[in-house]
Design a protein around this ligand. Structure first.
Ligand code: KG4
Ligand code: ZN
Length: 469
């Protein structure tokens, strides 16, 4: 596995935005589903054609593992597609954990131009490159659609305009080649990719998922069974990194996080005494909006001019920016540390056999975050599992892998119609909680703000399991 990971960087391709390709799929009409050929194993009795995707995605059938004629588990080859935010990503992964390809097209130029993700622009950018990204993932993996066992795609949470692009593409491939399709929860995928990297990682485990839009602490009891110990009541840590980077005039082409991390190495982390958020809240929830404001005020008080890029800043100006970056990072991560410690206590009470803390999501690629959290887990005799940076930020591998895990449990949809109309209703879940809230961890501040649009992944899986014979 180590060699697989070390090979990753060479297989990742960062595409630039290119004009819309003239490639068109030849849509084959299949008289009947050739699913049994694709699955090469027994078809689950619950495998059915349904337009009720809420149920169909989670028609769980633990017996539906793919077996060959000798009764051995058959190796799956799954294409994963991710377009929930600003990265267009695809990958091909085998069920033995082998990553056959990984392709990511980032919208760095748009991020710099708009200072964040503009949904309409992001949708256009995804639409421009999606065909190329998927094709390149197949080519690099040296497979064709005919070799695939299934297609996995992010259906939420995320920006619905962006999710739509990936889901359409996935359904087109799956419909054309009669492939089953697995709808994937983006945050579950951030957590489960750790099981691809660390094959020893068994349930139950704790996961801290930190990205641009999410700050989640979960207890993962089993595949699809999650308890949400904490979440953010306002902004996620990645958003705070991004704004800090922007206000400090850093190079945002790789997003704010890596730029702040780099500059912070030069700074004095005790220079500005920022207040640690939510000290008085004895829960596992997060808040980064107040810290953002503290950083903005500190930047204003030092008369830092973000229109002067850091590369052109004088030495004193650069030192002031570095000190703010380091002071911000210290407190932002201290907030993570404090809440993680409490989450470990809560989770160990429920599941004393826990051995691992998984840290994943874009911010988990930060070395300072990793080293601080490593100290926490050591204190509790746990082991830290952090996927490599290319698997922490949004990628297609995590989607393919999560698709494989659910597919092996019989949780998938049948192939879509070969000629699905362009305006077909898609099952997109922009606001989709991962697990059920831990009662002790419920924050009043948060419950006022959160309008849940979709039942959580865990509740859907539990409901479908209960109706099983
Ligand atoms: O998981 P991700 O790729 O996309 C979302 O689902 O949001 O996370 C992106 C976030 C951005 O806010 C970015 O600034 C942050 O992850 N990030 C980092 C680092 N690399 C990416 N934050 C801190 N340090 C990093 N090295
Ligand atoms: Zn993400």
């Amino acid at each position: 596995m180590a060699s697989l990971i070390s090979n990753l960087s060479s297989t990742i391709s960062r595409l630039t935005l290119l004009p819309k390709p003239s490639l068109h799929f030849s849509v084959k009409t299949l008289g009947k589903f050739e699913v049994d050929r694709k699955l090469r194993g027994p078809i689950s009795p619950f495998f059915r054609v349904s337009t009720n995707y809420d149920v169909a995605h989670f028609s769980s059938c633990p017996k539906a593992k793919t077996m060959n004629a000798l009764g051995q588990d058959e190796e799956l080859v799954v294409l994963g597609i991710e377009t929930s935010c600003d990265d267009t990503a695809a990958a091909v992964v085998r069920s033995n954990g082998e990553i056959l390809s990984q392709v990511v097209s980032s919208q760095a130029d748009l991020l710099v131009r708009y200072g964040g993700v503009a949904p309409k622009m992001a949708e256009e950018a995804h639409s421009l490159v999606i065909d190329q990204v998927v094709q390149e993932a197949l080519d690099k993996a040296k497979v064709t659609e005919e070799d695939l066992s299934a297609v996995a795609v992010t259906i939420g949470p995320g920006l619905s305009l962006c999710l739509r692009v990936g889901v359409r593409k996935a359904r087109k491939v799956a419909g054309t080649y009669a492939l089953p399709i697995v709808g994937v929860h983006h945050m579950e995928a951030h957590a489960l990719v750790a099981r691809l990297v660390e094959r020893e990682l068994q349930f139950p485990f704790i996961a801290l998922l930190i990205s641009g839009g999410h700050n989640l602490l979960i207890l993962a009891r089993d595949l699809g069974h999650y308890i949400q110990l904490g979440t953010t009541i306002d902004d996620a840590i990645g958003e705070a990194y991004d704004k800090t980077g922007k206000w400090l005039g850093l190079d945002m082409r790789r997003s704010g996080g890596p730029a702040v991390e780099e500059l912070a190495r030069e700074g004095d982390e005790n220079f500005v005494k920022f207040k640690v958020p939510m000290k008085q809240h004895k829960d596992c929830n997060f808040s980064y909006a107040g810290l953002k404001t503290q950083v903005r005020l500190a930047i204003e008080s030092k008369n830092i001019d973000a229109s002067i890029p850091i590369a052109s800043a004088g030495s004193e100006d650069r030192k002031a920016r570095a000190d703010i970056a380091a002071s911000f990072q210290r407190v932002a991560v201290l907030h993570l540390e404090e809440k993680c410690e409490r989450a470990i206590e809560w989770a160990m009470k429920m599941e004393p056999s826990i051995k691992h803390l998984v840290v994943s999501g874009g911010v988990a690629s930060n070395q300072y975050v990793r080293s601080r959290l490593n100290k926490i887990v050591e204190k509790h005799a746990l082991q830290l599992v952090c996927p490599p940076p290319s698997l922490c930020t949004d990628n297609g591998v995590m989607i393919a892998w999560t698709g494989i895990e659910h597919f092996q449990m019989g949780r998938y949809d049948p192939p879509p119609p070969a000629c699905e109309p362009e305006d077909a209703m898609l099952d997109l879940r922009p606001r989709w909680p991962l697990g059920e809230e831990y009662a002790e961890g419920r924050s009043e501040a948060r419950s006022l703000k959160t309008a849940r649009v979709h039942p959580s992944l865990t509740s859907l899986i539990q409901a479908s399991t209960q109706i099983m014979p």
